[in-house]
Design a protein around this ligand. Structure first.
Ligand code: ZN
Length: 285
């Protein structure tokens, strides 16, 4: 949900849709710097969450962060920005910060995985009493993006030397695009069996539910409305009713209704969000 108007407005937006979980950006996702969160803004957000049934809440980190890069300047900037993201999320009492592991560019895969592990140890190691997790998001595998196989995700967890407070976020669009075929029941079962073997279901903390505009193995990350893309409706029914995932937050990142088509109110029903939520809720047995 958008935080336009202040972080507490995202909670109000989630409430008009009867959401039970919420994902926000705690700063502008396409800028490095942000002013520190103000005490009253933190209090307003925490108060709004306390008065709601929304739990857990996660943040999504800035897209600029790349902790897989060998470039020392970008790397230092990325580690500092990730520290700030975790610091902000901690102040807000969030479960975790969803993070794309980054792009390795010319670095060999093993080296890039080591760099990610290193950065995770530094950021989490500097906050021994923190509660907020870093949630590594499995990726579609576009370009030299790291983290599109469960082997690579497992490698990053190993490289972080088993640090607690590292979880994993699985995005259904990224799963399909990276080549995990969720569309048949056999493919669905094989995907999560493989994840369990290589990463472990205990590390899985969040789902992003998005359909995919591009087919299985395309390695292109284009989200589509639920049931209207290459995944289709049935795999979402299996996910919504899978007892292994009943306790996990499931978050939409589908296209929202254009602002000017929605009127001027700060908090109002978004018809496209309502459509996708309605589709998913109708699948619950
Ligand atoms: Zn996602």
């Amino acid at each position: 949900m958008s935080v336009a108007g202040g972080l507490a407005f995202a909670v109000a937006r989630a409430r008009v849709h009867n959401c039970e979980t919420l994902q926000v950006f705690t700063k502008n996702a396409s800028q490095w710097r942000a002013r520190p969160l103000q005490v009253d803004e933190i209090a307003a957000f925490r108060g709004a969450i306390e008065q709601s049934d929304i739990h857990p809440v996660v943040a999504h980190a800035s897209y600029l962060i790349n902790i897989a890069t060998m470039n020392p300047g970008l790397r230092a900037q990325s580690v500092a920005a990730l520290e700030d993201e975790v610091h902000r999320a901690e102040a807000l009492g969030l479960l975790g910060v969803v993070l794309h592991p980054g792009a390795r560019l010319t670095a060999p895969i093993d080296e890039a995985i080591g760099l990610v592990g290193d950065a995770l140890q530094r950021v989490l190691g500097s906050r021994p009493n923190g509660k907020t997790m870093i949630l590594l998001e499995h990726t579609a595998g576009q370009g030299t993006t790291l983290g599109s196989t469960f082997e690579e995700i497992a490698g990053m967890l190993d490289a972080a030397k088993g640090m607690p407070r590292i979880g994993v976020c699985l995005d259904t669009c990224h799963l399909l695009a990276s080549g995990y075929d969720l569309c048949s029941l056999e493919g669905y079962d094989a995907t999560f069996t493989r994840f369990q073997q290589l990463v472990g279901l205990d590390r899985l903390k969040v789902f992003h539910l998005n359909d995919s505009r591009k087919p299985c193995g395309s390695r292109v990350d284009r989200h589509e409305h639920i049931g209207k893309g290459c995944i289709g409706i049935e795999p979402f029914r299996w996910l919504m009713n899978d007892p292994r995932f009943a306790h996990l937050p499931m978050i939409l990142e589908t296209e929202k209704t254009a602002r000017d088509a929605r009127g001027k109110g700060l908090v109002e029903i978004d018809p496209l969000d309502e459509m996708n939520l309605g589709t998913l809720r109708s699948l619950l047995a």
